[in-house]
Design a binder for this molecule. Sequence first.
Ligand code: SF4
Length: 414
Amino acid sequence: MVALSTRQKLEILADAAKYDASCASSGTAKRDSRGSKGIGSTEGMGICHAYAPDGRCISLLKILLTNSCIFDCHYCINRRSSDVRRARFTVQEVVDLTLSFYRRNYIEGLFLSSGIIASSDYTMEQMVAVARSLREEHDFRGYIHLKTIPDADPELAHQAGLFADRLSINVELPTQAGLERLAPEKDGVRIEGAMAGMRHAMEDMGEARRKYRHAPRFAPAGQSTQMIVGADDASDSAIITRASSLYDRHRLRRVYYSAFSPIPSPSAVLPLRRPPLLREHRLYQSDWMMRFYGYGAEEVASATDPVTGCLPLDIDPKLAWALRHRDIFPVDVNRAPREMLLRIPGLGVKAVNRILASRRHRRLRLDDVARLTTSIKKLRPFLIASDWRPVQLSDQADLRSQMTPAPAQLDLFS
Ligand code: SF4
């Protein structure tokens, strides 16, 4: 194999890491300042943005240790049978890159994933060695997110948690059938077993820290996972149900949804077209409903189409749910409990908190609510205020069409 420079490896291994959404940055147009015009570039390799536990947006060096892999997951560009250029960093190279990017203020942390080389244990040892060297030899205080390998020795995952802020394991596909078809070497039971092990370690170490101030921290930013959407025929309803069970059973901080994107030299079992990106967005909205608005998975799933099991793309899932459950509306903003206010389409957590604070002092009018939201038109049919009472929703047969954004001509040249 031809020896590659660090820059060439970075090109290959940062590009290979972009398919992992669990620390996502949004795409943008390519620009750079070569030719001495302007400053800056949007093409820098390997830097993406993520949110720290305190809500700060941080830049991370996002790379793979290697894009070689002994597994052959059909949806993955790095699979064994894929015809791509391979590269591999040494532990020292990743450490040096992280430190030099950090010193130049390019990044505030590292997101490190890897294909599986030789064995799961060997790969995990290499990743732990990177995190250990950064923390112990260089006293690196920045953010570290390590992707762990479910088959690796639990002791290695434990060590990873002592050095990393966040750990994640991808469940990859929402159903066991999908996993068996598209990632036959992966085992859903082992993946969930590894998540359960991390959850217990986090709880044990958290308990120890409550008793002993100097007990070590274990993955203080928790664990997360990613599901690929649209590579198999799993419905949104199945995805929502799986995500909810992962949140409940393993106390995940986040489930990320990644719309399957066709890869170069794809496997014949994959669909030819990617699902609409809006589907991914609707799943994030439904996830938000479960995490912040108090909906159960079965409630969110009730907003899906009964035939396809998928969320509508033209309206958001909270509105879709409200239209399916018209009998509970309108909700009185001056009397309803918090959990009912959170069900009004278009009212977010902040707006609900402000309604609860304001109504202690006076009765709220429609105008008062309008000041808390961007679209009172969307809310009006669902709420009662001191000067407003809508027609019963069940009497409004055309409500859905009133709420659906008008279709717009697509731009041929965008
Ligand atoms: S194990 Fe990971 S890197 Fe290897 S083929 Fe599967 S998804 Fe890709």
